[in-house]
Design a protein around this ligand. Sequence first.
Ligand code: C2E
Ligand code: CA
Ligand code: CA
Ligand code: CA
Length: 280
Amino acid sequence: AKQRGRNRIAVFSRSMQDKAQLTIHFENQFRRSLRNGDFFLVFQPQYALTPQPELIGFETLVRWNHPERGIVSPAEFVPMAETTGLILHLDRYVLREACRIWGEMRASLPACRALHFSVNLSASHMDRPTFIRKLEKTLAAFEMPHESIILELTESALMSNPETAARKMQYLRSIGLHVALDDFGTGYSSLAYLTRFPCYCLKIDKSFVDNITTDENSVRVVRAIIHLAHGLGMVALAEGVETPEQLAQLQDMGCDQVQGYLLGKPMPQAALRDVIARNC
Ligand code: C2E
Ligand code: CA
Ligand code: CA
Ligand code: CA
């Protein structure tokens, strides 16, 4: 038994070493890519249902143009970036890029009404004492109007330290910044705390939207989230809308906003101008 135990430890430590090496390789490449501009943004349109879809802004989504592997999706690298803490650097880069590109977009289409950019922030920001100061500094440096940026945070970002999160959310609101609660309903959330988080929007997760044309219970859940949002003075945005049937159903249920492949996939900056010009 002792022998087996020792072998097991040997195997265990070898895989630990492999893992450590992988992590170091990942970190080195990630930092290099941040310096070299290998990360870039794509933009997915968001619409208000009035009740016909009307363009109101874009969610910014990051892509990694990896020197060896080509375009890598955030689903693959965000978890590793979170455990290594590098996500903080990435999100700062994304926010700066979003502000820069928003400014370019406004300058090239002055006749169109202003559209917002909605930026994803990892949960780790909420626990950083310098989060708000850095955020304000970046927005000021780019002269980014606060009403034109939305911060997408997940429930878990707020629930790790709800008291602090509530205070920060109140401050964000006081300076005119909107927060959307991302992937709502999929994480650990407390309805009691929800009343203390001054959010602008609940984003209904795609997993609920997927089933609203086939499953009565999903319909009930989505309807309940929409009512909850309205009751708390928030808007409800459904993400991952892929079919006309889903869109019609959401319009029926009084959902305020939508995004999804049906109305627009994430697109490169070069495509923004045309989409906006067509919609303004
Ligand atoms: P998310 O914030 O929930 O973003 C929505 C994801 O669903 C995006 O995937 C989007 O491309 C995809 N999507 C939108 N509409 C549809 C649809 O109709 N059908 C399907 N099948 N998919 C749809 P993406 O771009 O791969 O991003 C995945 C996740 O990575 C995001 O989920 C977000 O949590 C994270 N992420 C992306 N960019 C950033 C970033 O700049 N910072 C941080 N911290 N996380 C990011
Ligand atoms: Ca998001
Ligand atoms: Ca989401
Ligand atoms: Ca998600």
